[in-house]
Design a protein around this ligand. Structure first.
Ligand code: NAP
Ligand code: 8YV
Length: 313
């Protein structure tokens, strides 16, 4: 039986690449020099796209694939997939929620601790021998400080659980109060920021949250406050963040996501009060294995005519 043809927008871990190649004819689109020629030749045979949360699938690509039935996303955030192209054609979309929740929450705390306790600078001092010239300056305590979470969803709740184990008073912002949660709800971002020492962004990307976090939020967070972003670069007014960091409007930031990844604004690299990380919140062996399995199980279900495991609208 002919294997379905799928277009991959970027690499998955090796094990997934091998498993996918066993069941599908793969077009490794990210490796193609002449993408237009590839679409002209294969466009009408491509039934699925396998993409990633950081790569998505734009309308221009989707419109070139008249037989496209499903888009599998290696990641939970599907904001990069053009719903203007998928919805009219009822193209299905799947993602990989839950299996990555705990690791992303871990990384949020890793960034919080790294920037507050100046772990990167301490490593450099120890490695370079400059410790002999003097000790690392005193840093900032994390435990017991106020934690503000923008987006108390799956990952946001996991971050809150970690905050509770650090004895941190916890508040959150979202579109509605979650009355079953034992945390303080703030209906305005500036109110949340004014009541936080560590403010963590973990909302979805996309139009509804574009530039959600602006200069007024950083001003409210204040000169002793830290901003952590493990959501999407798009949820922040990045020029306002850069200004807040350069002018000590906030104390520091831990950032896993940026505008224009991977070519981030060079101003970030000049700063000492930030820890920078390459969009790798789900980047553990265990989690990426589970994500790949879930993408493949959804594709297999689709082509077998079975219900999808994790379909998103
Ligand atoms: P989720 O369970 O859907 O949680 C999203 C939360 O955001 C919900 O609490 C929701 O609460 C809130 N929200 C949604 N739209 C909002 C809006 N317009 N304004 C304010 N709050 C809004 O999703 P998740 O599994 O936690 O994942 C969240 C996001 O994390 C993903 O979409 C992705 O962008 C990002 N992520 C990043 C990495 C990384 O590597 N850095 C890895 C995985 C995920 P309400 O409905 O009450 O507003
Ligand atoms: C990316 C993420 O998918 O899950 C998400 O939404 O942002 C990440 O897990 C990851 O970069 C996959 O390559």
């Amino acid at each position: 039986m002919t294997k379905p043809t799928i277009l991959m927008t970027g690499a998955y871990p090796d094990g997934d690449m091998e498993a996918l190649a066993a069941d599908y004819d793969i077009i490794r689109f990210w490796e193609e020099a002449d993408k237009d020629a590839v679409l002209a030749k294969h466009g009408t045979s491509i039934r699925a796209i396998a993409t990633r949360g950081d790569l998505g699938a734009d309308k221009a690509l989707i419109d070139r694939l008249p037989q496209l039935e499903i888009i599998g996303c290696f990641g939970v955030g599907t904001d990069g997939i053009a719903r203007s192209a998928t919805r009219p054609r009822r193209i299905k979309i799947t993602n990989t929620p839950d299996v990555l929740t705990e690791d992303v929450a871990d990384l949020a705390f890793a960034l919080m601790l790294a920037v507050a306790r100046k772990v990167v600078k301490g490593d450099h001092m120890t490695r370079s021998g400059s410790w002999a010239k003097g000790n690392l300056e005193l840093t900032t305590r994390v435990n017991g400080k106020r934690l503000g979470i923008i987006g108390l969803g799956r990952i946001g709740k996991a971050i809150a659980r970690r905050g509770a184990s650090f004895n941190m008073p916890i508040s959150y912002f979202g579109r509605q109060e979650q009355r079953d949660m034992p945390y303080r709800y703030c209906g305005a971002l500036t109110e949340l920021a004014a009541n936080s020492d560590f403010l963590v962004a973990i909302v979805p990307g996309g139009e509804a949250t574009a530039n959600l976090i602006k200069a007024d939020v950083f001003k409210a967070l204040g000169p002793d406050g830290y901003f952590i972003n493990v959501a999407r670069g798009s949820v922040v007014d990045e020029p306002a963040l850069l200004n807040a960091l350069e002018n000590n409007i906030i104390k520091g930031a831990g950032l896993d996501v940026f505008a224009n990844e991977p070519n981030i604004d060079p101003r970030f690299s000049q700063m000492e009060n930030v820890v920078l990380h390459p969009h790798h919140g789900s980047g553990t062996v265990e989690t990426r294995r589970a994500m790949g399995r879930l993408v493949r199980d959804n594709l297999a279900a689709h082509f077998a005519g079975r219900p999808l495991l994790t379909e998103v609208q």
